[in-house]
Design a protein around this ligand. Sequence first.
Ligand SMILES: [Zn+2]
Length: 114
Amino acid sequence: MKHQNRGFTLIELSIVMAIIALLVAVVVPNWVAEVEISKKNICLANVRVLQGLLDLAQQDSQASHTPIDITNLSYDGIAGIVCPNYLAHMPACPAGGANYYTDNNGDVICSFHR
Ligand SMILES: [Zn+2]
């Protein structure tokens, strides 16, 4: 019996490549969307931490009769209040960098995710 050592045909290779392309087309958009959702969740966690620490700093300042204003703070303004005593370093939004601020009510907002 003669043993034939032949490679794959062009049609076989085309079918395999089409299946791989189909799988990539299905998986990649879902993966990208999940990464964006994860970044948004990290940002939301950062906002909650910063809000809690600003509220705590405000309460502490009222207790020591030197009240601080937490409205309309920039990123550096927030850092100046929370970093030395309450937090080792300021978090940054994973999607947009250092862009947290507080509004007229003292609520922490990410300018990228709002
Ligand atoms: Zn953000």
